[in-house]
Write a protein that binds this ligand. Structure first.
Ligand code: 5AD
Length: 531
């Protein structure tokens, strides 16, 4: 990645300019924020707490209205600070920036820079211009002709888990969704670049990689370096329930296989979020044959009613969805599924919602993110109105969560007495006496009686002793204990905050909430994420 020019001239004789980034929204935004940190650090900026920063970056999300409102209230708060500190620079980045562009500057005079997700590398240059006296700037240009994917340059904090972007943008046209507008058309990253980044991450002690993309499994290699994956039938649609516009191109499956073959040090491979249309036979076969692939798939369904799915323009029916995930479950024993669901989509009747509940039961999701429908600008669904009353949306969401909690509870209860391979991510916040990690199936496991072992980043065998509401508790098996190395004992003196030992995990769909280190909330934790 080209390194941006040095810090602004005006800063030349001053202390290092400082910045803070606040992130709203999804994994993609978290990932973009990490790239902004790198770009800024490389250009000589120092990260400090927001209250002390010369530059505040708000990295925004616009998938639901609530996230956008949060941004505007934050901008309002900063406007007050700016009255006292005129040199403060306020940057709005991310999806709201892309969506609103110039309009944001008109709406909030305290904003100095509006920058889209594809323009992150230009951040230092644009800040230089501002420091040199430029009026407020807007830079929201999609890199459609020459897509760039910023690579992780540093592995900070030695987290055993990392995200790697493999595609960006979205060519689907789901009627509720603003993403095609804020992230542009689909662009794919060369497979060689993806593999090189994963190899570099594992060399720096990352054990688990999650491939990121808006419809991650529609991936195609722009360099055509992948050969067709097994299971693919010469491009003919073989997918259970597939229509002719869903051929099995198998490129995503081929990429997964290539990563597994070329980066043997990787312990686990996940991806998010796929589209059910691309849950093809070659992908299912890859799950069966590639051991590094975790046995958990987050497959957004959105609704269980065909009438609603059609109005959402999801391009599959309930039966097709069930058929496809059914084929996955039959082929990959023990695989767990989680999903995203929108309640209160325009025109959703009680009967439609009952169909969603029955689908959740039929598939047996072990976790879900549930959202109340939020009307978004530029989306086709605006034409449909927003006719489900707020209290009905809330009540449906509560029923959805109650069902999801019950399904998760039953699932976790069945696991007591079994053993599981746990990738340990860090020590629990609390008293720091429990290690936490996740199984291949994505259940969260707290490991007791092992505070004297060094487990961060290790895959260890754990006997599951009991289940909590959203997680499991277990102990190292004797063999696992013998195979691990000791560490200095911890005393029960209060929270442990050692950065290297509580690397934390950032808001990926997991089957339960409450993992140490800031998981934004669990799928099934009764959590109305974004609702
Ligand atoms: N209203 C509510 N939820 C939405 N999502 C996307 N757009 C909207 C909207 N307009 C949800 C979908 C998607 C998840 C990331 O956010 O469930 O899968």
């Amino acid at each position: 990645m080209p390194v941006a020019p040095g810090p602004a001239l005006c800063y030349e004789f001053l202390a290092m300019p400082s910045y803070a980034i606040t992130t709203f929204g999804c994994q993609m935004n978290v990932h973009d924020s990490e790239r902004m940190h790198e770009v800024l650090r490389r250009a000589g900026y120092a990260e400090v707490p927001a209250a002390e920063a010369d530059i505040i970056v708000l990295n925004t999300c616009s998938v639901r209205e609530k996230a956008e409102q949060k941004l505007l209230s934050e901008v309002g708060r900063l406007a007050k600070q700016k009255r006292a500190r005129r040199e403060l620079i306020v940057v709005v980045a991310g999806c709201v920036a892309q969506q609103e562009g110039e309009r944001l500057l008109k709406q909030a005079r305290s904003i100095d820079l509006v920058i889209g997700p594809d323009n992150i590398a230009e951040l230092p240059r644009l800040l230089d211009e501002l420091v040199l006296g430029s009026p407020p700037l807007v830079r929201t240009v999609f890199d459609t002709d020459a897509p760039r994917f910023l690579t992780a340059l540093e592995v900070v904090g030695a987290s055993p888990t990392a995200f790697v972007t493999i595609m960006k943008g979205c060519d689907e046209r789901c009627s509720f969704c603003i993403v095609p507008h804020t992230r542009g058309p689909e662009r794919y990253r060369p497979s060689g670049e993806i593999i090189a980044e994963i190899a570099a991450l594992t060399a720096a002690s990352v054990r688990e990689v999650t491939l990121l993309g808006q419809t991650v499994n529609s991936y195609r290699d722009p360099t055509r370096a992948l050969s067709p994956a097994p299971g693919h039938a010469g491009g003919h649609p073989q997918t259970p329930g597939a229509s002719t516009d869903d051929p099995d191109e198998s490129e995503f499956a081929a990429l997964l296989r290539r990563i597994a073959a070329e980066v043997p040090a990787l312990a686990r491979l996940r991806y998010t979020s796929p589209h059910p249309r691309h849950l093809t036979p070659s992908l299912i076969l890859a799950h069966a044959e590639v051991p590094v692939l975790a046995r958990h798939v987050h497959m957004p369904v959105q609704s269980g009613s065909d009438r609603v799915l059609k109005r959402m323009i999801r391009r599959y029916s309930r039966a097709e969805y069930v058929e496809r995930v059914g084929a996955l479950v039959r082929t990959v024993p023990g695989v767990t599924l989680s999903t995203d669901i929108i309640v209160g989509f325009p025109g959703e009747t009680e009967e439609d919602f009952a169909a969603t509940l029955s689908l959740v039961e039929e598939v047996g999701f072990k976790g879900l993110f549930g959202f109340k429908y939020s009307e978004r600008p530029y989306t086709p669904a605006r034409k449909l109105g927003d006719d489900v009353p707020e209290d009905v949306k809330s009540e449906r969401l509560a029923r959805l969560f109650a069902l999801s909690e019950a399904l998760l509870g039953e699932h976790l209860a069945r696991l007591a007495g079994t053993t599981a391979q746990v990738l340990v991510e860090g020590l629990d916040k609390g008293d720091g006496l429990l290690w936490s990690g996740r199984t291949e199936r994505n259940e969260i496991v707290h490991i007791a009686g092992a505070a004297d072992r060094q487990l961060a980043g290790e895959v260890v065998e754990v006997s599951i002793v009991r289940h909590n509401k959203h997680s499991l508790q277990g102990e190292l098996t004797a063999a696992a204990r013998a195979a691990t190395t000791p560490r200095a004992p911890l005393h029960k003196t209060g929270p442990v905050a050692s950065h290297s030992e509580t690397p934390g995990r950032r808001s990926l769909p997991v089957l339960a909430g409450g993992l140490a280190g800031g998981l934004a909330g669990g799928i099934a934790g009764g959590l109305a994420r974004g609702a």
